[in-house]
Design a protein around this ligand. Structure first.
Ligand SMILES: Nc1nc2c(ncn2[C@@H]2O[C@H](COP(=O)(O)OP(=O)(O)OP(=O)(O)O)[C@@H](O)[C@H]2O)c(=O)[nH]1
Length: 380
């Protein structure tokens, strides 16, 4: 039997200790990686589950800095023609709540190295580099102090660049050109899918709620909104009114200037009505040459006052339907205010009643000569 000498024993003990501490270190690393992976999985699940644009963008800005231990996260989205911004604003998205979200109207403004591109050119790679305020001011409009290194990661859908996910750190070694980009590319691909998904959902929602000719809301939207507003007005005890507007002798307008000219008149009338309203009011085309306006926090007198302003603005000047053709139009308006003494009626019944009252006032306006407003006065 061989004897272990004291020095050999000491060496073995030291080796054992080194192995133990190495194993403890590896275990700690594995646990850390596991917890990072779990956090990222939870993040992925949250963004995949976001059904609206503000929900998704909010989740990214709120969680990604924590999950990925970042000091700045911003998003730049491609929005040629400002369609996304317009639709989101119409759907009530408050952009002031997302200062780290910006839009550009051309892909060059994203700052990627695009070179000469054709259908076969691979998509641009993420840029990992030191933060340069002059070069990166668009990606980080509100860069935190001491920002040192950044990653600008293209958001790609079917090789199309839909934007850029911009990550920043105060650690200069966090994003360097020599670092692998698989991880950030994977993260950006999930974010890109989610963004494309919610944006197209919001677009569909918008198309389903708006009138394609005039761009104002359609009847479906107003019917739904009216129910919500009646419930809220009852709860919070304020007045809401409805205005039913019909262009006078519109058949004659069409006969005179043609159907396209008539369409132009409808657009201009919608614009003139809108110009007299507050942001909280809702304007819808109910069909044909009829528009309905829902006025929030307006009693019969103030709604009638707004209606008179609208009537006057439509009658005030001729509408140019083409460079050489102009036409004069007038409109009749019926106005009614929600009767809040009648709290027993269901919200549906109250909505139908309110519209019917405005409609009957409109008929009176037509009957008594057109180009006028009539307010519905309920029996005392
Ligand atoms: N250009 C255009 N015309 C439309 C549209 N929808 C409905 N109309 C026309 O609107 C006209 C409505 O005519 P009427 O309902 O008879 O009413 P009016 O001529 O406005 O007469 P009063 O309402 O009684 O003042 C019809 O000629 C429809 O063809 C549209 O989207 N575009």
């Amino acid at each position: 039997m061989t004897q272990i000498t004291t020095p050999e024993l000491a060496e073995l003990v030291a080796e054992n200790q080194a192995l133990r501490s190495r194993m403890a270190y590896l275990l700690e690393q594995a646990e850390r990686n596991h917890s990072i992976m779990m956090r990222h999985q939870a993040f992925d699940l949250e963004i995949v589950g976001s059904s609206t644009f503000p929900e998704l963008v909010g989740a990214i800005f709120r969680n990604l800095p924590i999950v990925s231990d970042l000091d700045a996260v911003t998003l730049t989205l491609m929005d040629e023609g400002a369609d996304i911004m317009t639709v989101m604003a119409k759907l009530g998205v408050d952009f002031a709540a997302f200062p780290d979200l910006t839009f550009v109207d051309n892909v060059e403004a994203l700052g990627f190295d695009l070179g000469r591109r054709n259908a076969y050119t691979p998509p641009p790679k993420p840029q990992l580099c030191m933060f340069d305020p002059a070069r990166h001011c668009h990606a980080f409009p509100d860069a935190p102090a001491r920002l040192q290194s950044v990653a600008l990661v293209p958001l790609l859908r079917n090789k199309r660049i839909i934007g850029s996910l911009n990550l920043g750190s105060v650690d200069p070694a966090r994003f360097t050109p020599s670092l692998g980009t698989d991880f950030v590319e994977h993260m950006a691909s999930i974010i890109a899918i989610c963004l494309e998904n919610v944006i197209s959902n919001e677009m569909l929602k918008y198309i389903g709620l708006t009138d394609s000719l005039t761009g104002v809301y359609n009847r479906r939207y107003l019917d739904r909104r009216l129910l919500e507003e009646i419930s809220r007005a009852r709860r919070q005890d304020y007045d809401i009114s409805v205005m039913y507007l019909d262009i006078d002798h519109f058949k004659r307008v069409n006969d005179t200037v043609g159907h396209h000219g008539g369409d132009e008149v409808l657009r201009e009338v919608a614009a003139r009505i809108k110009a007299e309203l507050r942001l909280s009011d809702a304007l819808a085309r109910f069909g044909g040459e009829e528009f309905v306006v829902l006025l929030i926090n307006a009693n019969l007198d103030s709604a009638s006052f707004v209606a008179e302003r609208i009537r006057a603005s439509i009658a005030a000047s001729m509408i140019e339907v083409s460079p050489s053709v102009r036409v004069s139009v007038t409109a009749s308006v019926g106005v009614a205010c929600l009767d809040r003494r009648d709290n027993g009626a269901t919200v549906d019944a109250a909505a139908a009643e309110l519209i019917a009252q405005a409609d009957s006032a409109l008929y009176q306006a037509k009957d008594s000569g057109r180009n006028r407003i009539v307010s519905f006065r309920p029996a005392a």
